[in-house]
Design a protein around this ligand. Structure first.
Ligand SMILES: NC(=O)c1ccc[n+]([C@@H]2O[C@H](COP(=O)([O-])OP(=O)(O)OC[C@H]3O[C@@H](n4cnc5c(N)ncnc54)[C@H](O)[C@@H]3O)[C@@H](O)[C@H]2O)c1
Length: 348
């Protein structure tokens, strides 16, 4: 039985806990949160349909301090669902304690921090994965499979969108997500999902051009990016915190291939619909497990030494996603295209 500890029991901690409960051969044996009220609270977030109740049984040991929890031992996996500025420190602690580590996205706020985390995982010879969950969401997984298969030819254009109302669910009125120094802001915290997905399909673009709408507080509330692959493809993505409360959350994609158009998501539509040239549209069958359940099952297979049928995600991919969003943010700040350099540095 894989013994799992969850560190940070807010919105994502409860989401992961619900997913671990569906994971055969694993058990959440410990939860750590500085704020004990979080253990009983129903957390809020912007992803509809995830279990946020997660009452803990008496067999789950509760901690307020990560170092004390790790020193007590008896853990195989540490699942880190802490605010982003705490990721690096706790990833390093957990790896040093000999645990396998799953850490929420974004991996960190800087590429140097990512490099330290990757080096520590290499040294510890433990599984380390960053939860770029969109890769595992059934409709995105299927979309990627269809695009990669090449059955409908090359991509001509693709447009991704992720819209939500302003995130303000963290407790105590001081939501760290609203502090760009802590969360990285819209690019790093939210847009990283689509940038990662785009890079998973087509790699890093040669150049990005991005624009950002900034509110009166100086907080970025909407972004629009074009990814230049040095050819005729038009790949774009929009991300917003400016959606009204009534909309709450929406993620969508439109992919134009030579022989088909694919629509993903969008309020009120089927999760995924393929419109092949000259043929009837169809909605591909999607797996029943949620993206979070699939992500945790994938990580757990790696922990048990099972090779996935197809490599869906590595920690290095999460670093690449950060590299991409940092370049996009830089483009918006400088109002100029930013060229991406493979080494992780970028130049205007
Ligand atoms: N994959 C997704 O869909 C998704 C969605 C939202 C957030 N996230 C990411 O998940 C992470 C957590 O976000 P969230 O929305 O769950 O935040 P949150 O504020 O709801 O929860 C964070 C929890 O960590 C606890 N905490 C803070 N400092 C701690 C410490 N030193 N030791 C132990 N516990 C501590 C807080 O009390 C809180 O309960 C972030 O990196 C965020 O970017 C991912």
């Amino acid at each position: 039985m894989t013994r799992v500890a969850i560190v940070g029991y807010g919105f994502m901690g409860k989401t992961h806990c619900a997913a671990w409960r569906k994971c055969k051969g694993a058990k959440v044996v410990a939860v750590c949160d500085v704020n004990l009220a979080q253990l009983r609270a129903t957390s809020k977030g912007n992803v509809p349909g995830v279990d946020q109740t997660s009452t803990l049984g008496p067999d789950v040991r509760v901690w307020q301090n990560v170092a004390e929890m790790l020193a007590a031992g008896g853990l195989d996996v540490v699942d880190i669902t802490l605010p982003t500025p705490l990721h690096e420190e706790v990833v390093l602690q957990a790896l040093a304690a000999g645990c396998h580590v799953l850490c929420e996205k974004p991996m960190a706020l800087s590429l140097k921090a990512c490099d330290r985390m990757l080096a520590a995982a290499e040294k510890a010879q433990r599984v380390f994965l960053v939860a770029q969950c969109v890769r595992f969401f059934p409709a995105y997984l299927k979309l990627a499979e269809i695009v990669r298969s090449g059955v409908y030819g090359q991509v001509i254009a693709a447009d991704f969108a992720r819209f939500m109302s302003i995130p303000a669910w963290s407790p105590k009125g001081a939501c760290w997500l609203l502090d760009e120094a802590k969360s990285g802001g819209l690019y790093v915290d939210a847009h990283v999902h689509d940038s990662d997905f785009i890079a998973s399909l087509w790699g890093l673009p040669a150049r990005v051009t991005s624009r950002a709408a900034v509110d009166a507080r100086g907080f970025t509330v909407h972004t629009s990016t074009t990814y230049d692959y040095g050819d005729n493809r038009i790949i774009t993505s929009d991300c917003s915190y400016a959606a009204s409360d009534a909309l709450c959350f929406d993620a969508s994609a439109k992919v134009f291939l030579e022989k088909a158009t694919i629509y993903l998501g969008g309020k009120g539509e089927t999760p995924l619909c393929v419109y092949p040239q000259g043929k009837k549209p169809f909605a591909p069958k999607l797996p029943a497990a949620s993206g979070y359940e699939a992500e945790i099952a994938y990580f757990h297979d790696l922990v048990r030494g099972r090779r996935p049928k197809r490599e869906l995600l590595t920690a290095r991919d999460a670093r690449r996603a950060l590299q991409l969003v940092l370049a996009e943010r830089k483009s918006a700040q400088t109002k100029r295209p930013v060229r991406l350099v493979g080494s992780g540095r970028f130049a205007v």
